[in-house]
Design a protein around this ligand. Structure first.
Ligand code: ADP
Length: 256
């Protein structure tokens, strides 16, 4: 039995084909979300079925999640990202009790019970602080790629604090720090510390507990993961490909 999970995110669209008999991932890939998200979905879908020489009839069920989940008319069902992340992590790391997910435009903290089911959650999709957008703005201002931020911050030699949590005001502050010759490494570390504090305060209303996991595209940033871990006072487990967790969960839940 093969099912499909698609996560149509604000930045990236991810697709998973899951084989329930073998309990394994048959196909996984992602592309940047097109201005017309159905184009990204169809491109990934064609790639998946063509590379495995499948026909549409081989796929028993298709479940969509993510910000653009209602866009694809061929989905049998749509589910929330909260349910999708929970199911993905319950499969990847069954002992996990708290998920911190940071994507391009939102951040979520999901607390799981000992069955891997959602017990409680907190979501921020109103403010760019604590999301990938803050990192994108920082990289753009420094003239580097988002993927270079972690290595750069690892060279920081001083912990400076940003006064502004709002990304719009933080951008002005970053420009001012650059003109004061504060090193790029110290600026990026300051942004990471600011995001870590923001996530920690988002968690304060929840009775979260270890083991903690970190998912979403932003979880590829190891220096930020270290900052969150220090703020939490606990380790974070990061899946090898943290951005595909929700698509994986959608594919797993498609069996229902
Ligand atoms: P969405 O589901 O909203 O599309 P993703 O979970 O795909 O978001 O994450 C996208 C975010 O991940 C981008 O905003 C970017 O900041 C961040 N990102 C992508 N690649 C990297 C990387 N190599 N290192 C750090 N951050 C990254």
């Amino acid at each position: 039995m093969i099912t499909l999970g698609i996560d149509v995110g604000s930045r990236n669209t991810k697709l998973i084909l899951f084989d329930h008999a073998k309990q394994s991932i048959l196909f996984q890939d992602w592309i940047a979300t097109n201005i017309d998200p159905t184009k990204s979905i169809e491109e990934l879908y064609d790639k998946a079925v063509n590379s495995l020489r499948l026909s549409d009839l081989d796929i028993c069920a298709k479940v969509a999640t993510g910000y653009g989940r209602k866009i694809w008319p061929h989905a049998d069902r749509v589910i929330s990202e909260i349910s999708a992340h929970a199911a993905g992590i319950a499969w990847l790391k069954p002992e996990a009790r708290t998920i911190i997910d940071i994507g391009g435009q939102d951040s979520k903290v999901i607390v799981l019970d000992d069955q891997g089911k959602v017990f409680d959650f907190a979501m921020n999709d109103k403010c760019a602080a604590g999301t990938g957008r803050f990192l994108e703005m920082t990289a753009m201002r420094l003239g580097i790629e988002v993927s270079q931020l972690s290595d750069l911050a690892a060279d920081a030699d001083s912990e400076i604090k940003l006064n502004n949590t709002c990304v719009v005001f933080a951008e002005t502050e970053i420009i001012s720090l650059m003109s004061s010759k504060v090193s790029a490494a110290n600026i990026v570390r300051a942004v990471h510390l600011s995001i870590a504090k923001r996530i920690f305060s988002q968690m304060s209303a929840l009775s979260h507990q270890a083991p903690y996991t970190f998912t979403g595209g932003v979880a590829q940033n190891q220096d930020l993961a270290n900052c969150i871990s220090i703020e939490l006072g606990a380790g974070l487990w990061i899946p090898p490909e943290p951005e595909i967790t929700a698509a994986l969960g959608a594919a797993i839940l498609a069996k229902q």
